[in-house]
Design a protein. Sequence first.
Lengths: 149, 169
Amino acid sequence: MTTALAALLITHVIAGVVAIGIHNVVLMHLLKKAPNYIFISRIAWSAVALFLLSWATSTYYYVTYYGTAVKPRILAGDAPFAHAFFMETKEHIFLLLPFVALSIALCVSYLRAHPEDDRLRKSTAFLTLIALGIGVATAVSGMFVSGSI
Amino acid sequence: MAVYDLLVLMHIIGTVLGVGAATFAEIFYTRFNSDNIITDDERSTLAVTYTIMRTGLFLLVVSGFGFLLYFRLTEYMDIFSSPSFWAKMTVVAVLAGNALLLQARLMPFLIGTAVSLTSWYAALTLGVLGKTSASYFEILAYYAVAVVIVALALRWIRARLHGTAQAKI
C-alpha cells in the first residue's frame, strides 16, 4: 500500500469515528430539556463534513486498492463472509449516512431558530439514534473486514 | 516519538481520565447527596467530572481505532482474533450505551453508575492483562458478575449514608 492510500484509509477511519462520536454528543444534548442549539448545530454540521470526508476518502481507496489488493485476499481467506456480507452491507448502508447526518444538521439548525418545537427535538433525537446505530454498525463491520485479511 | 508510542500515550491518558473521573463522579455524588440536596456548585462540579469522563472515553475510542489502523497497516492481525480485544470493545460499547440511557433517564441511576464504574475498571483491567486464556463469553460473565457486586456495594454504601429509601434511587 502506498503512503497516499494509507493516509486515505487513516482519514476514512478517524473522520468516521469522530463523526459517530459527534452524533453521540448531539444525541446526549438533544435528550436534555433545554439543549444548547448553537453548540449542537455547529457540531452537527461538523459531523456532515466529516462523514463526507470519510465517504470520499473511502471511495477512492475502495476503487483504486481494495477491489484488486484486499478483496481477493479476504475471499481466499478463512472468513470470506467478511467481504460478502459485512463489506457489501457496509458500503451500501454507509451511502445513507452523510444524508442522514445532513438531515440531522438541518433539523438542528431549524431548532436553533425555533427552540420551542419539542416534537421536532424528539424526532431529531430519534433520527440521531438511528444515525448512531448505523455508524456503530458500519464501524464494527469495518473492524470485521480489517480483521479478515 | 513513533506513532505507536503516541497512540499508547493517548490510550493511557484516556483510560486514566475515564477511570479517575468515574471513580470521583461516584465519590462526589455520594458525598454531595448525603444531605439529599445537590446544590448548583455541587452540580457544576459533577458536570466537570462527567465532561472529563467523556473526554477520556473519546480519547480511548479514537486511540483504540488508531491501534486498529496501525495493526491493519502493519499487517499484524492477531489482535482481531483475541477474545479480550472483542470483550474490551463490548465493554466500551456498553459504556457509551449506558451514558445515553442515563441521559435519557431510561436507566435506573444505581444500575447506571454501577455499569459505568465497572466498565471503566473492566476496560482498564482488560487493557493491562492483554491476552488471557479466558474466552469472550467467560470474560463477559466475569464482567456481569462484577457489575452486580459493584451495584450491591454502592447500594450498601448509600444505604449507610442516606438510609435504605435513598439507596434504591
